[in-house]
Design a protein around this ligand. Structure first.
Ligand SMILES: Cc1cc2nc3c(=O)[nH]c(=O)nc-3n(C[C@H](O)[C@H](O)[C@H](O)COP(=O)(O)O)c2cc1C
Length: 157
């Protein structure tokens, strides 16, 4: 299995509806290909983790880099893996919210920190750590049988 993580910059005017449609399209395609993943959107940038069968992930990634909805694509991680961090997610989209919009509960629950509020581009390769932290959040919520909390903490698409 192959895991890729990249950041990119959204095209101007890309809004919530566009993000919703993109997540819908991506998860539908991915379901048929056995690809799992997470797509983060902070209002300006994307960060995506794609994982699954090597050939399928490579061919979808080739399409993604040509997609006019974003630019400045920076591949941060390309690694072989036995375990899928985002198993059964196809492609979950999460919109990160400004700190002020978070409830006390959600702040306490998440592992979010200042890195969410800086351009991901400025974090270099370290940006990929955020994806691994989200994978931990997912694993913890699953273990606790609390997946419903996800939508309290994030805008889930
Ligand atoms: C940020 C971003 C993430 C994307 N993620 C995926 C994805 O995970 N899977 C996918 O099939 N397409 C994804 N796409 C869309 C592809 O670029 C492309 O439009 C799509 O695969 C074409 O689908 P089609 O062959 O069904 O027309 C993404 C596009 C962008 C801009």
């Amino acid at each position: 299995m192959l895991r890729l993580i990249y950041t990119s910059v959204q095209v101007p005017g890309f809004d919530r509806l566009a993000f919703e449609q993109l997540c819908e399209q991506a998860s539908q395609n991915n379901r048929n290909l056995g690809i799992e993943g997470l797509l983060l959107c902070n209002g300006m940038e994307f960060m995506q983790c794609l994982e699954g069968p090597r050939e399928a992930v490579s061919s979808v990634y080739k399409k993604i880099v040509k997609d006019p909805r974003h630019s400045d694509i920076r591949l941060l991680v390309s690694e072989t893996t036995e375990e899928l961090m985002f198993e059964k997610w196809s492609m979950v989209g999460l919109g990160t919210r400004p700190q002020s919009a978070l409830s006390g509960e959600s702040i306490a629950y998440t592992l979010l920190d200042h890195r969410l509020y800086r351009p991901w581009k400025s974090l270099g390769l370290g940006a990929a750590d955020l994806i691994y932290e989200y994978a931990k959040v997912k694993a913890e919520l699953e273990k606790a049988g609390e997946m419903g909390l996800l939508s309290k903490v994030f805008d889930v698409y």
